[in-house]
Design a protein around this ligand. Structure first.
Ligand code: UDP
Ligand code: MG
Length: 316
């Protein structure tokens, strides 16, 4: 790229006013210990608190602090994508603002990269301070996704990772609207490795990932990287057809051979309801895909930047 920035740090921010200064301090001391040139890109994803004011105050004092202020909340994955579009470092770190991803781990990840890797992700050993629901649903989701996709998406890994410029360039070429970055990075390939860490509790504030945002991310992960749900509809269709065939034989048999054709109303109702529900499920799954195709066809910009202190030409 011909820039002299060795590491860009991408930080999506949604109502993190209590974490920003501490995060900034911990990040800067890690960068100083590594002795590398850096830029911090804060993406303010429509926070309703004071986050942007704090970020701007940091940007005034430090030339390496950049910010992108979204016009509203577009979601975590899109905030990270904006950071990827604008960053200019040779390597790029994606880190949460709530200090659940310890900044100190970046040093270890950065050194690991120098062993010849293009992606080093952080794998969670334990997750602290998260509800049982969040932990079990996440664990289950990653395992199901692994079963039904052909690409190797690492288990128990979020977006906390360091990636080479090569990978950033690939990601920038992937135009899909429904982002599942960790899947896209796995799909991109290259030499990948990981370091392990204990995921800590969020320092301050509350999680911005509501159940509906989590569900959306999970559905994006599945529909972007697996056709299994579509195949599932077809398979259950065939199974139902087979069962129906025998039921029809039975119905004919009782009508014409044993002539007990008044009975059977209950089973008839059960069949109708069952087939009806299978059809609904199948239509629902197809709808999920069509909805996503539609959003890609619309070809809207992924996000709208209200203001930034980065040069606009980076957008291309
Ligand atoms: N975040 C964001 N937009 C959102 C929700 C979250 O930019 O709509 C940011 C948030 O500020 C944090 C990161 O994404 O830096 C992870 O979010 P959070 O900690 O709320 O998720 P959790 O750790 O609970 O899964
Ligand atoms: Mg968090």
């Amino acid at each position: 790229m011909g820039t002299d920035i060795q590491l860009s740090v991408i930080i999506p921010v949604y109502n993190e006013e209590k974490n920003i200064f501490l995060l900034f301090e911990r990040l800067t001391s890690v960068m100083e210990s590594l002795g590398i040139t850096k830029e911090f890109i804060f993406i303010n994803d429509g926070s309703s608190d004071n986050s942007i004011v704090l970020i701007k105050s940091l940007a005034e004092k430090h030339g390496f602090v950049k910010y992108i202020n979204f016009s509203r909340n577009f979601g975590h994955q899109i905030a990270v994508s904006a950071g990827l579009d604008y960053c200019s470092g040779d390597r790029v770190v994606i880190i949460d603002a709530d200090l659940q991803d310890p900044p100190e781990l970046i040093a270890e990840m950065y050194l690991k990269m120098s062993e010849g890797y293009d992606v080093v992700y952080a794998k969670r050993k334990v997750r602290e301070g998260e509800t049982i629901f969040k932990r079990t649903s996440a664990k289950l989701f990653y395992r199901i996704l692994k079963k039904i996709t052909t690409i190797d998406i690492p288990l128990d890994t979020g977006d906390f990772r360091i990636i080479d410029r090569k990978v950033v360039n690939v990601l920038k070429k992937m135009p899909e609207q429904e982002k599942y970055l960790r899947g896209q990075i796995a799909w991109a390939g290259f030499k990948q490795s990981f370091v392990q860490y204990n995921r800590e509790e969020r320092k301050e504030g509350i999680s911005g990932y509501t159940i509906s945002k989590m569900l959306r991310l999970a559905l994006n992960g599945i529909t972007s990287f697996s056709d299994f749900p579509l195949k599932f509809a077809t398979i259950s269709g065939f199974v139902m057809a087979l069962i129906s065939f025998f039921l029809i034989l039975y119905a004919l048999y009782s009508r014409f051979i044993i002539k007990q054709y008044i009975a059977g109303w209950t089973s008839l109702m059960l069949c109708v309801l069952f087939i009806g529900s299978i059809q609904l499920i199948a239509i629902g799954i197809i709808g999920e895909y069509i909805g996503r195709m539609a959003s890609n066809l619309r070809n809207r910009p992924l996000y709208i930047v209200d203001e930034t202190n980065l040069s606009e030409e980076k957008l291309q």
